[in-house]
Design a protein around this ligand. Sequence first.
Ligand code: ATP
Ligand code: ZN
Ligand code: MG
Ligand code: MG
Length: 469
Amino acid sequence: MELDKMDENDWKYHGEGNKSLVVSHVQLSRVLRLLKYPAEDSENPPQTVEQAFRQIQNIVDFSSNVMSSLLGDKFVHSGEVVKLPLEFVRQLSIKIQHQRPAWRCDKVMDIYSGCALCLPNLTSPSLHPQTHCPPLCVEIKPKCGFLPSPKHVSKDMKTKVCRYCMHQHYKVANGKWKRRSLYCPLDLFSGNRQRMQFAVRHLIEEPQNNFKVFKGGQCVYSSKEGGDDPPDVNVLLHHLRPYFQTGNNRINGHVTGKAVLNDFIQVLVNVLLSSGGGAGGQVTDRRGEGRSFCQASLLNKERIRHGSQGLPSDSVLFRILQTQMLDTLDIEGLYPLYRQVEQHLQDFPKDRTRLQIDGPYGETFLEKVQKFSTEDDSSVEFAAAKVHQYRIAMTAKDCSLMVALVPSAEEEDDDEDLSSQRRPLRPPAFSSSVSILDLDPKPFDSIPRQLRLDQKIVSCYLRTGGALP
Ligand code: ATP
Ligand code: ZN
Ligand code: MG
Ligand code: MG
């Protein structure tokens, strides 16, 4: 990829989130992740080229120096900042515009800075390039997997029903989605196979923006936002079927749709429970049932025979959960510390740099946060460290994980198959790899908004949802 000879015809629309738009190369396993601005700002960009470059460099640094040490470098690909020719970016923006979903078009792609993040394409990994079946990739945005401690919250409900489940009521009440998803993150993070499979089943039923399936780098299953109907599971089955022909539940030699789906869910949960390399054992759940079971989850407690045995300590979900749990105070307990820092910065604006409020996220950043956050001496350093810690947790609550599956040939010697130890006898074998994406730092100034949103979600739930089954 030569940066001075970029051709928009080599790139195609891949996907987007709230903050960035992603295009993928038609041949190389590469993507470009570009910033987005509110459409109102499309005539004059809200930041200079230098600021855009700094923003993306901050993303790379935060990912490689902070998130990667917490989540494990085998899962994290931080990428690099690139400067693209402006003409290329403009042509690209025109080319992809009609493929963008309408509901995302309140924002426009940044065509002014020419800055972008270049990353490996995690939906077209080259695990076993010799196989003829294209890789199957599953993207999950798991969201927060634990309940806050009762010490810091003003509403008891927050210690019983998880944030995601409450937020679902709020989103439906506000018309963001037509139907509630019955997915509960606490089930996915439980480490209990049954609960995890239940969680994945509900992600498939109502994917919203928490679940996508890619085949050969192409998104083949996701929610059409604002769409009145849930996506057609038969479409997913059609794509999955060739990968799951060896299932047990055959009727007259035909593998039923139900069996295909069961096998798919089982394979996915097995990968999520696998250690991702290294020797990880089962760990007991130190959080206790109290903070790992959500009252809103439809999964009846009685049905779980063996309780929660917890996640293996080096599984990807365990690492994400541990990082999310750096939020020890909940937004309600954190907010006073945020106010303390904010007040201090009004009196001493120059301390914004010293306290690294907007980065830089160099190699020593995490060390400093960990050192200053251990002892509450009422200093602004302590308060800033707790705010940084909360922001790190926010990133972990908002990241996605990508599971890549490539069918492994039967006779192949599977030395490198990391999921093989836990592979059950029945479903077909896959080589797998797991990555974590979307590890941007959350801005300091977003904290007051977080508090307001939390209050709105909880009061909406208490008003409407809490009473409903
Ligand atoms: P959010 O609104 O969740 O914060 P975002 O705007 O920060 O999203 P990303 O989640 O990083 O953007 O990217 C948007 C989508 O593009 C992802 O959900 C994923 O489907 C795809 N994507 C991002 N990075 C990669 C990658 N390295 N390889 C393949 N696909 C990717
Ligand atoms: Zn829940
Ligand atoms: Mg995202
Ligand atoms: Mg993001």
